[in-house]
Design a protein around this ligand. Structure first.
Ligand code: ADP
Ligand code: MG
Length: 474
Protein backbone atom coordinates (compact mmCIF):
# COMPACT_ATOMS: atom_id res chain seq x y z
CA UNK A 1 0.00 0.00 0.00
CA UNK A 2 1.46 3.32 -1.03
CA UNK A 3 1.95 6.35 1.20
CA UNK A 4 2.42 4.27 4.33
CA UNK A 5 -1.22 3.76 5.37
CA UNK A 6 -0.04 0.27 6.39
CA UNK A 7 1.38 1.63 9.64
CA UNK A 8 -2.02 3.15 10.42
CA UNK A 9 -3.81 -0.16 10.04
CA UNK A 10 -1.36 -1.70 12.53
CA UNK A 11 -2.28 0.82 15.25
CA UNK A 12 -5.90 0.26 16.39
CA UNK A 13 -5.75 2.91 19.12
CA UNK A 14 -4.67 5.59 16.64
CA UNK A 15 -7.39 4.45 14.23
CA UNK A 16 -10.07 4.78 16.93
CA UNK A 17 -8.91 8.29 17.84
CA UNK A 18 -8.74 9.36 14.22
CA UNK A 19 -12.20 7.93 13.46
CA UNK A 20 -13.77 9.96 16.28
CA UNK A 21 -12.11 13.12 14.97
CA UNK A 22 -13.16 12.25 11.42
CA UNK A 23 -16.84 11.79 12.23
CA UNK A 24 -17.07 15.09 14.10
CA UNK A 25 -15.19 16.88 11.34
CA UNK A 26 -17.58 15.47 8.72
CA UNK A 27 -20.59 16.66 10.73
CA UNK A 28 -19.02 20.09 11.21
CA UNK A 29 -18.24 20.34 7.50
CA UNK A 30 -21.81 19.46 6.50
CA UNK A 31 -21.19 15.99 5.10
CA UNK A 32 -24.74 15.04 6.02
CA UNK A 33 -27.61 12.78 5.12
CA UNK A 34 -31.09 12.38 6.50
CA UNK A 35 -31.71 9.11 8.32
CA UNK A 36 -33.57 6.08 7.03
CA UNK A 37 -35.97 6.43 9.98
CA UNK A 38 -36.76 10.11 9.38
CA UNK A 39 -36.16 10.70 5.69
CA UNK A 40 -38.65 13.60 5.50
CA UNK A 41 -37.12 15.74 8.22
CA UNK A 42 -33.80 17.37 9.03
CA UNK A 43 -34.44 17.20 12.78
CA UNK A 44 -32.17 14.21 13.11
CA UNK A 45 -29.36 13.69 10.62
CA UNK A 46 -26.33 11.43 10.22
CA UNK A 47 -23.01 12.00 8.57
CA UNK A 48 -22.87 10.66 5.03
CA UNK A 49 -20.71 7.51 5.15
CA UNK A 50 -17.06 7.99 4.23
CA UNK A 51 -13.67 6.32 4.43
CA UNK A 52 -11.35 7.02 7.32
CA UNK A 53 -8.38 7.31 4.97
CA UNK A 54 -8.08 8.79 1.49
CA UNK A 55 -7.51 6.10 -1.15
CA UNK A 56 -4.48 5.89 -3.35
CA UNK A 57 -5.19 6.75 -7.00
CA UNK A 58 -2.56 6.74 -9.74
CA UNK A 59 -2.06 10.36 -10.77
CA UNK A 60 -1.75 9.51 -14.46
CA UNK A 61 -5.16 7.82 -14.50
CA UNK A 62 -6.75 10.64 -12.53
CA UNK A 63 -5.43 13.15 -15.05
CA UNK A 64 -6.53 10.95 -17.94
CA UNK A 65 -10.08 10.95 -16.55
CA UNK A 66 -10.13 14.75 -16.34
CA UNK A 67 -8.59 15.10 -19.81
CA UNK A 68 -11.33 13.06 -21.50
CA UNK A 69 -14.31 14.71 -19.79
CA UNK A 70 -14.88 17.49 -22.33
CA UNK A 71 -14.85 14.82 -25.03
CA UNK A 72 -17.58 12.89 -23.23
CA UNK A 73 -19.60 16.08 -22.77
CA UNK A 74 -19.38 16.71 -26.51
CA UNK A 75 -20.27 13.09 -27.27
CA UNK A 76 -23.36 13.01 -25.05
CA UNK A 77 -24.54 16.33 -26.43
CA UNK A 78 -23.98 15.13 -29.99
CA UNK A 79 -25.89 11.89 -29.44
CA UNK A 80 -28.77 13.82 -27.90
CA UNK A 81 -29.21 15.62 -31.23
CA UNK A 82 -28.93 12.52 -33.40
CA UNK A 83 -32.41 11.07 -33.78
CA UNK A 84 -31.35 8.46 -36.29
CA UNK A 85 -28.66 7.08 -33.98
CA UNK A 86 -30.94 6.95 -30.93
CA UNK A 87 -33.71 5.36 -32.96
CA UNK A 88 -31.49 2.66 -34.44
CA UNK A 89 -29.58 1.96 -31.26
CA UNK A 90 -32.60 1.65 -29.02
CA UNK A 91 -34.88 -0.12 -31.54
CA UNK A 92 -34.29 -3.61 -30.14
CA UNK A 93 -34.30 -2.44 -26.52
CA UNK A 94 -37.61 -0.61 -26.62
CA UNK A 95 -39.33 -3.72 -27.94
CA UNK A 96 -38.67 -5.49 -24.65
CA UNK A 97 -37.94 -2.80 -22.07
CA UNK A 98 -41.04 -0.90 -21.09
CA UNK A 99 -39.34 1.93 -19.24
CA UNK A 100 -36.96 2.82 -22.04
CA UNK A 101 -39.89 2.51 -24.45
CA UNK A 102 -41.94 5.06 -22.52
CA UNK A 103 -39.07 7.53 -22.36
CA UNK A 104 -38.57 7.00 -26.07
CA UNK A 105 -42.24 7.68 -26.80
CA UNK A 106 -42.01 11.03 -25.03
CA UNK A 107 -38.84 11.78 -26.97
CA UNK A 108 -40.60 11.13 -30.30
CA UNK A 109 -43.65 13.05 -29.22
CA UNK A 110 -41.72 16.22 -28.37
CA UNK A 111 -39.74 15.98 -31.61
CA UNK A 112 -42.92 15.68 -33.63
CA UNK A 113 -44.41 18.72 -31.97
CA UNK A 114 -41.13 20.60 -32.48
CA UNK A 115 -38.80 21.56 -29.63
CA UNK A 116 -39.67 24.73 -27.76
CA UNK A 117 -36.40 24.47 -25.81
CA UNK A 118 -33.47 26.36 -27.36
CA UNK A 119 -30.92 26.29 -24.53
CA UNK A 120 -29.54 22.91 -23.43
CA UNK A 121 -27.76 22.03 -20.20
CA UNK A 122 -25.94 18.80 -19.50
CA UNK A 123 -24.62 17.72 -16.12
CA UNK A 124 -23.11 14.26 -16.21
CA UNK A 125 -20.68 12.12 -14.31
CA UNK A 126 -18.40 9.66 -16.05
CA UNK A 127 -17.45 6.82 -13.69
CA UNK A 128 -14.30 4.71 -13.86
CA UNK A 129 -12.48 1.93 -12.11
CA UNK A 130 -8.78 1.18 -12.21
CA UNK A 131 -8.41 -2.15 -13.92
CA UNK A 132 -5.44 -4.16 -12.75
CA UNK A 133 -3.78 -6.24 -15.49
CA UNK A 134 -2.01 -9.57 -14.92
CA UNK A 135 1.30 -7.74 -15.21
CA UNK A 136 0.32 -5.38 -12.38
CA UNK A 137 -0.27 -2.33 -14.59
CA UNK A 138 -3.44 -0.32 -14.03
CA UNK A 139 -5.72 1.16 -16.67
CA UNK A 140 -8.61 3.62 -16.49
CA UNK A 141 -11.82 1.86 -17.54
CA UNK A 142 -15.19 3.56 -17.81
CA UNK A 143 -18.06 1.97 -15.90
CA UNK A 144 -20.75 4.27 -17.29
CA UNK A 145 -21.80 7.87 -17.87
CA UNK A 146 -24.67 9.14 -15.74
CA UNK A 147 -26.59 11.72 -17.73
CA UNK A 148 -29.41 12.25 -15.24
CA UNK A 149 -29.37 13.05 -11.51
CA UNK A 150 -25.62 12.45 -11.11
CA UNK A 151 -25.26 12.97 -7.38
CA UNK A 152 -22.74 13.69 -4.62
CA UNK A 153 -21.19 16.72 -6.32
CA UNK A 154 -22.11 18.63 -3.17
CA UNK A 155 -21.17 16.32 -0.33
CA UNK A 156 -17.93 15.23 -1.95
CA UNK A 157 -16.61 18.77 -1.60
CA UNK A 158 -16.58 18.18 2.17
CA UNK A 159 -14.36 15.11 2.29
CA UNK A 160 -10.94 16.47 1.34
CA UNK A 161 -10.78 18.73 4.42
CA UNK A 162 -11.91 15.90 6.68
CA UNK A 163 -9.27 13.56 5.28
CA UNK A 164 -6.64 16.28 5.60
CA UNK A 165 -7.44 16.56 9.27
CA UNK A 166 -7.38 12.78 9.73
CA UNK A 167 -3.94 12.55 8.14
CA UNK A 168 -2.66 15.29 10.43
CA UNK A 169 -4.04 13.52 13.50
CA UNK A 170 -2.20 10.42 12.29
CA UNK A 171 1.06 12.37 12.03
CA UNK A 172 0.99 12.68 8.25
CA UNK A 173 1.06 16.45 7.82
CA UNK A 174 3.05 16.33 4.62
CA UNK A 175 0.61 13.88 3.02
CA UNK A 176 -2.33 15.99 4.22
CA UNK A 177 -1.01 19.00 2.32
CA UNK A 178 -1.15 17.03 -0.94
CA UNK A 179 -4.92 16.44 -0.98
CA UNK A 180 -6.64 18.34 -3.77
CA UNK A 181 -9.49 20.76 -3.15
CA UNK A 182 -12.63 19.76 -5.02
CA UNK A 183 -15.99 21.49 -5.37
CA UNK A 184 -18.20 20.04 -8.11
CA UNK A 185 -21.33 21.76 -6.73
CA UNK A 186 -19.85 25.10 -7.70
CA UNK A 187 -19.20 23.94 -11.25
CA UNK A 188 -22.67 22.43 -11.57
CA UNK A 189 -24.22 25.67 -10.33
CA UNK A 190 -22.14 27.61 -12.84
CA UNK A 191 -23.70 25.54 -15.64
CA UNK A 192 -27.22 25.95 -14.26
CA UNK A 193 -26.64 29.69 -13.86
CA UNK A 194 -25.41 29.98 -17.45
CA UNK A 195 -28.48 28.15 -18.75
CA UNK A 196 -30.73 30.33 -16.58
CA UNK A 197 -29.07 33.48 -17.94
CA UNK A 198 -29.42 32.37 -21.57
CA UNK A 199 -33.06 31.51 -21.01
CA UNK A 200 -33.35 35.22 -20.50
CA UNK A 201 -35.98 35.96 -17.90
CA UNK A 202 -34.77 37.67 -14.72
CA UNK A 203 -37.82 36.68 -12.72
CA UNK A 204 -37.82 32.99 -13.71
CA UNK A 205 -36.74 30.35 -11.20
CA UNK A 206 -34.67 27.17 -11.24
CA UNK A 207 -36.75 24.14 -10.26
CA UNK A 208 -35.08 21.13 -8.65
CA UNK A 209 -37.28 18.15 -9.50
CA UNK A 210 -36.82 16.05 -6.38
CA UNK A 211 -37.77 12.65 -5.00
CA UNK A 212 -40.64 11.82 -2.67
CA UNK A 213 -38.08 10.60 -0.13
CA UNK A 214 -35.20 13.05 0.11
CA UNK A 215 -32.45 11.52 2.22
CA UNK A 216 -29.75 13.10 0.11
CA UNK A 217 -31.16 16.62 0.36
CA UNK A 218 -27.95 18.16 1.71
CA UNK A 219 -26.07 17.17 -1.42
CA UNK A 220 -28.66 19.07 -3.44
CA UNK A 221 -28.65 22.02 -1.05
CA UNK A 222 -24.96 22.56 -1.85
CA UNK A 223 -25.89 23.27 -5.47
CA UNK A 224 -28.97 25.26 -4.48
CA UNK A 225 -26.96 27.50 -2.19
CA UNK A 226 -24.47 28.25 -4.93
CA UNK A 227 -27.40 29.48 -7.04
CA UNK A 228 -28.85 31.61 -4.26
CA UNK A 229 -25.38 33.17 -3.91
CA UNK A 230 -25.84 34.33 -7.49
CA UNK A 231 -29.31 35.67 -6.63
CA UNK A 232 -31.02 32.98 -8.66
CA UNK A 233 -34.24 31.76 -7.08
CA UNK A 234 -34.56 28.02 -6.51
CA UNK A 235 -37.71 26.00 -5.83
CA UNK A 236 -37.99 22.29 -5.06
CA UNK A 237 -40.91 20.31 -6.49
CA UNK A 238 -41.87 16.68 -7.08
CA UNK A 239 -43.43 15.19 -10.20
CA UNK A 240 -46.70 15.10 -8.28
CA UNK A 241 -46.53 18.88 -7.73
CA UNK A 242 -45.90 19.39 -11.44
CA UNK A 243 -48.92 17.24 -12.29
CA UNK A 244 -51.11 19.24 -9.93
CA UNK A 245 -49.83 22.76 -10.46
CA UNK A 246 -47.63 22.91 -13.55
CA UNK A 247 -48.84 24.55 -16.74
CA UNK A 248 -47.65 25.86 -20.09
CA UNK A 249 -48.64 29.13 -21.71
CA UNK A 250 -49.14 29.63 -25.47
CA UNK A 251 -45.42 29.80 -26.17
CA UNK A 252 -44.91 26.77 -23.94
CA UNK A 253 -43.30 28.67 -21.09
CA UNK A 254 -43.48 26.54 -17.96
CA UNK A 255 -45.21 27.87 -14.84
CA UNK A 256 -45.30 26.40 -11.33
CA UNK A 257 -47.58 28.09 -8.83
CA UNK A 258 -47.56 31.16 -11.05
CA UNK A 259 -43.76 31.37 -11.25
CA UNK A 260 -42.02 30.98 -14.59
CA UNK A 261 -39.42 28.18 -14.59
CA UNK A 262 -36.23 28.73 -16.59
CA UNK A 263 -34.39 25.51 -15.69
CA UNK A 264 -35.64 22.10 -14.54
CA UNK A 265 -32.84 20.19 -12.82
CA UNK A 266 -33.87 16.54 -12.42
CA UNK A 267 -32.66 14.74 -9.33
CA UNK A 268 -35.36 12.17 -9.92
CA UNK A 269 -36.97 10.41 -12.86
CA UNK A 270 -34.45 7.71 -13.78
CA UNK A 271 -36.21 4.63 -12.33
CA UNK A 272 -39.54 3.13 -13.43
CA UNK A 273 -40.90 3.12 -9.86
CA UNK A 274 -41.03 6.92 -9.95
CA UNK A 275 -43.68 6.98 -12.61
CA UNK A 276 -47.37 6.38 -12.26
CA UNK A 277 -49.67 7.67 -14.99
CA UNK A 278 -49.79 11.16 -13.47
CA UNK A 279 -46.04 11.41 -13.15
CA UNK A 280 -45.59 10.36 -16.78
CA UNK A 281 -47.96 13.16 -17.71
CA UNK A 282 -45.93 15.57 -15.62
CA UNK A 283 -42.75 14.41 -17.34
CA UNK A 284 -44.33 14.99 -20.75
CA UNK A 285 -45.43 18.47 -19.73
CA UNK A 286 -41.89 19.35 -18.64
CA UNK A 287 -40.35 17.95 -21.83
CA UNK A 288 -42.78 19.86 -24.05
CA UNK A 289 -41.95 23.11 -22.30
CA UNK A 290 -39.50 25.81 -23.30
CA UNK A 291 -37.68 25.45 -19.97
CA UNK A 292 -34.11 24.16 -20.03
CA UNK A 293 -34.29 20.56 -18.87
CA UNK A 294 -31.19 19.11 -17.29
CA UNK A 295 -31.19 16.66 -18.92
CA UNK A 296 -33.70 16.78 -21.75
CA UNK A 297 -35.20 13.39 -22.52
CA UNK A 298 -32.84 12.82 -25.47
CA UNK A 299 -29.85 13.22 -23.18
CA UNK A 300 -31.34 10.83 -20.66
CA UNK A 301 -31.67 8.26 -23.47
CA UNK A 302 -28.07 8.96 -24.52
CA UNK A 303 -27.05 7.70 -21.07
CA UNK A 304 -28.61 4.25 -21.40
CA UNK A 305 -26.43 1.16 -21.12
CA UNK A 306 -27.52 0.13 -24.63
CA UNK A 307 -26.13 3.35 -26.08
CA UNK A 308 -22.91 2.84 -24.14
CA UNK A 309 -22.56 -0.63 -25.63
CA UNK A 310 -23.16 0.64 -29.18
CA UNK A 311 -20.55 3.36 -28.71
CA UNK A 312 -17.89 0.72 -28.16
CA UNK A 313 -18.45 -0.78 -31.62
CA UNK A 314 -15.60 -0.03 -34.03
CA UNK A 315 -16.49 2.97 -36.17
CA UNK A 316 -19.41 4.29 -34.11
CA UNK A 317 -17.53 7.12 -32.36
CA UNK A 318 -15.88 8.07 -35.64
CA UNK A 319 -19.27 8.34 -37.32
CA UNK A 320 -20.77 10.39 -34.50
CA UNK A 321 -17.83 12.77 -34.22
CA UNK A 322 -16.19 13.11 -37.63
CA UNK A 323 -13.29 15.52 -37.47
CA UNK A 324 -12.48 14.70 -33.83
CA UNK A 325 -10.01 11.80 -34.12
CA UNK A 326 -8.10 12.77 -30.96
CA UNK A 327 -11.23 12.97 -28.84
CA UNK A 328 -12.32 9.62 -30.24
CA UNK A 329 -8.98 8.03 -29.33
CA UNK A 330 -9.06 9.47 -25.81
CA UNK A 331 -12.56 8.15 -25.21
CA UNK A 332 -11.93 4.75 -26.76
CA UNK A 333 -8.88 4.24 -24.52
CA UNK A 334 -11.22 4.20 -21.51
CA UNK A 335 -13.70 1.65 -22.90
CA UNK A 336 -13.94 -1.81 -21.44
CA UNK A 337 -15.27 -4.67 -23.57
CA UNK A 338 -19.04 -4.23 -24.10
CA UNK A 339 -21.27 -6.71 -25.91
CA UNK A 340 -24.72 -6.69 -27.44
CA UNK A 341 -27.13 -9.46 -26.49
CA UNK A 342 -29.45 -8.68 -29.39
CA UNK A 343 -30.94 -11.71 -31.13
CA UNK A 344 -28.60 -13.23 -33.70
CA UNK A 345 -25.22 -14.91 -33.96
CA UNK A 346 -23.20 -12.21 -32.20
CA UNK A 347 -25.50 -12.30 -29.17
CA UNK A 348 -25.66 -16.11 -29.14
CA UNK A 349 -21.89 -16.37 -29.08
CA UNK A 350 -21.26 -13.93 -26.25
CA UNK A 351 -24.15 -15.33 -24.22
CA UNK A 352 -22.58 -18.80 -24.46
CA UNK A 353 -19.21 -17.39 -23.45
CA UNK A 354 -20.65 -15.62 -20.41
CA UNK A 355 -22.55 -18.71 -19.30
CA UNK A 356 -19.32 -20.71 -19.52
CA UNK A 357 -17.26 -18.10 -17.65
CA UNK A 358 -19.55 -15.74 -15.69
CA UNK A 359 -16.73 -14.36 -13.54
CA UNK A 360 -15.39 -12.51 -16.57
CA UNK A 361 -18.54 -10.44 -17.12
CA UNK A 362 -21.21 -8.17 -15.69
CA UNK A 363 -24.79 -8.45 -16.99
CA UNK A 364 -26.56 -5.08 -17.05
CA UNK A 365 -30.22 -4.19 -17.63
CA UNK A 366 -31.28 -0.69 -18.75
CA UNK A 367 -31.48 0.63 -15.21
CA UNK A 368 -29.79 3.31 -13.11
CA UNK A 369 -29.21 3.83 -9.44
CA UNK A 370 -27.23 0.75 -8.45
CA UNK A 371 -28.11 -2.77 -7.39
CA UNK A 372 -29.45 -3.91 -10.77
CA UNK A 373 -26.46 -5.67 -12.31
CA UNK A 374 -25.86 -9.39 -12.19
CA UNK A 375 -22.60 -11.16 -11.44
CA UNK A 376 -21.16 -14.66 -11.15
CA UNK A 377 -23.60 -17.52 -10.53
CA UNK A 378 -26.60 -15.22 -10.67
CA UNK A 379 -25.49 -13.93 -14.05
CA UNK A 380 -25.18 -17.50 -15.30
CA UNK A 381 -28.63 -18.48 -14.04
CA UNK A 382 -30.43 -15.48 -15.50
CA UNK A 383 -28.64 -15.67 -18.80
CA UNK A 384 -29.37 -19.39 -19.12
CA UNK A 385 -33.03 -18.65 -18.54
CA UNK A 386 -33.30 -15.83 -21.09
CA UNK A 387 -30.73 -16.89 -23.67
CA UNK A 388 -33.37 -17.97 -26.19
CA UNK A 389 -35.95 -15.31 -25.39
CA UNK A 390 -36.25 -11.74 -26.69
CA UNK A 391 -35.87 -10.56 -23.10
CA UNK A 392 -32.14 -11.08 -23.58
CA UNK A 393 -32.15 -7.90 -25.65
CA UNK A 394 -32.96 -5.72 -22.65
CA UNK A 395 -29.50 -6.48 -21.20
CA UNK A 396 -25.93 -5.83 -22.26
CA UNK A 397 -22.78 -7.65 -21.21
CA UNK A 398 -19.62 -5.94 -20.05
CA UNK A 399 -16.16 -7.17 -19.16
CA UNK A 400 -15.73 -7.15 -15.41
CA UNK A 401 -13.15 -4.63 -14.21
CA UNK A 402 -10.81 -6.00 -11.56
CA UNK A 403 -9.22 -3.31 -9.42
CA UNK A 404 -6.48 -3.97 -6.87
CA UNK A 405 -8.07 -3.86 -3.38
CA UNK A 406 -6.63 -1.69 -0.59
CA UNK A 407 -7.28 -1.64 3.15
CA UNK A 408 -9.46 1.10 4.59
CA UNK A 409 -12.17 1.75 7.20
CA UNK A 410 -15.71 2.53 6.10
CA UNK A 411 -17.22 4.95 8.61
CA UNK A 412 -20.98 4.61 8.84
CA UNK A 413 -23.32 5.68 11.65
CA UNK A 414 -24.14 2.79 14.02
CA UNK A 415 -21.57 0.49 12.41
CA UNK A 416 -18.54 -1.06 14.10
CA UNK A 417 -15.11 0.25 13.17
CA UNK A 418 -13.34 -2.45 11.21
CA UNK A 419 -10.78 -2.71 8.50
CA UNK A 420 -12.05 -3.78 5.06
CA UNK A 421 -10.55 -4.69 1.73
CA UNK A 422 -11.86 -1.99 -0.56
CA UNK A 423 -12.06 -0.89 -4.16
CA UNK A 424 -12.78 2.59 -5.48
CA UNK A 425 -14.67 4.17 -8.35
CA UNK A 426 -13.70 7.61 -9.65
CA UNK A 427 -16.32 9.90 -11.16
CA UNK A 428 -15.64 13.10 -13.06
CA UNK A 429 -18.44 15.65 -13.30
CA UNK A 430 -19.00 17.29 -16.66
CA UNK A 431 -21.05 20.40 -17.40
CA UNK A 432 -21.97 21.91 -20.72
CA UNK A 433 -24.41 24.43 -22.11
CA UNK A 434 -25.52 24.69 -25.73
CA UNK A 435 -27.46 27.52 -27.27
CA UNK A 436 -28.95 26.40 -30.57
CA UNK A 437 -25.98 24.75 -32.27
CA UNK A 438 -23.24 26.47 -30.29
CA UNK A 439 -21.58 24.93 -27.22
CA UNK A 440 -21.03 27.96 -25.04
CA UNK A 441 -19.70 26.05 -22.04
CA UNK A 442 -17.94 22.68 -21.84
CA UNK A 443 -16.05 21.83 -18.67
CA UNK A 444 -14.99 19.23 -16.16
CA UNK A 445 -16.41 20.37 -12.83
CA UNK A 446 -14.70 18.23 -10.22
CA UNK A 447 -14.54 14.64 -9.07
CA UNK A 448 -16.08 12.07 -6.77
CA UNK A 449 -14.29 9.06 -5.34
CA UNK A 450 -16.51 6.32 -3.92
CA UNK A 451 -15.16 3.29 -2.14
CA UNK A 452 -16.78 0.02 -1.13
CA UNK A 453 -15.81 -3.27 0.45
CA UNK A 454 -14.94 -5.90 -2.15
CA UNK A 455 -17.70 -8.27 -1.05
CA UNK A 456 -20.25 -5.90 -2.62
CA UNK A 457 -20.30 -6.25 -6.39
CA UNK A 458 -22.70 -3.38 -6.95
CA UNK A 459 -24.28 -0.31 -5.45
CA UNK A 460 -23.49 3.33 -4.76
CA UNK A 461 -23.50 5.63 -1.74
CA UNK A 462 -27.24 6.22 -1.81
CA UNK A 463 -27.77 2.44 -1.96
CA UNK A 464 -25.78 2.12 1.29
CA UNK A 465 -22.89 0.20 -0.20
CA UNK A 466 -20.22 2.69 -1.23
CA UNK A 467 -18.94 5.60 0.87
CA UNK A 468 -17.40 8.97 0.06
CA UNK A 469 -13.64 9.12 -0.31
CA UNK A 470 -10.82 11.43 -1.41
CA UNK A 471 -8.17 10.49 -3.95
CA UNK A 472 -4.59 10.50 -2.72
CA UNK A 473 -2.58 10.84 -5.89
CA UNK A 474 0.67 8.93 -6.32
P1 ADP B 1 -25.90 2.00 -12.22
O1 ADP B 1 -26.49 2.77 -13.34
O2 ADP B 1 -26.87 1.14 -11.51
O3 ADP B 1 -25.07 2.86 -11.32
P2 ADP B 1 -23.36 0.91 -13.10
O4 ADP B 1 -23.05 0.51 -14.47
O5 ADP B 1 -22.71 2.14 -12.62
O6 ADP B 1 -24.94 0.96 -12.95
O7 ADP B 1 -23.01 -0.29 -12.12
C1 ADP B 1 -23.24 -0.21 -10.74
C2 ADP B 1 -22.01 -0.64 -9.97
O8 ADP B 1 -21.63 -1.98 -10.36
C3 ADP B 1 -20.79 0.21 -10.24
O9 ADP B 1 -20.76 1.31 -9.37
C4 ADP B 1 -19.65 -0.77 -9.99
O10 ADP B 1 -19.39 -0.84 -8.60
C5 ADP B 1 -20.23 -2.09 -10.44
N1 ADP B 1 -19.85 -2.36 -11.84
C6 ADP B 1 -20.52 -1.95 -12.94
N2 ADP B 1 -19.90 -2.35 -14.06
C7 ADP B 1 -18.82 -3.03 -13.67
C8 ADP B 1 -17.76 -3.70 -14.37
N3 ADP B 1 -17.73 -3.74 -15.71
N4 ADP B 1 -16.80 -4.30 -13.63
C9 ADP B 1 -16.84 -4.28 -12.30
N5 ADP B 1 -17.79 -3.67 -11.57
C10 ADP B 1 -18.78 -3.05 -12.25
MG1 MG C 1 -23.31 3.79 -11.69
Amino acid sequence: MAAGWRDVVRDPAAVRDAAAVAVDAALLAGGLMRTGEQPHSSDVVNYAPFTLLPSVVPRALFEQAYAVQQDFNLLVDTISQNKEFLEQTLASTIKVDDFTARLFRIYMQVLEEGLAQTVFLGINRSDYMFDCGVDGTTALKQIEINTIAASFGGLTSRTADVHGLVLKVLGKTEEASRLLPNNPAKGLALGIAKAWELYGSQSAVVMFLVEEVQRNIFDQRCVENELWKRNIRVIRRRFRDVFEKGSLDDSRRLYMDGQEVAVVYYREGYVPQTYDQQNWEARLLLERSRAVKCPDIATQLAGTKKVQQELSRPGTLEKLLPGHPEAVARMRATFAGLYSLDEGEEGDKIAAKAIADPERFVLKPQREGGGNNLYGEELRKVLEKIRDSPERTSYILMDKIKPQPALNYLLRAHSPLQVSECISELGIFGVYVRQGQELVLNEAAGHLLRTKAIEHADGGVAAGVAVLDTPYLV
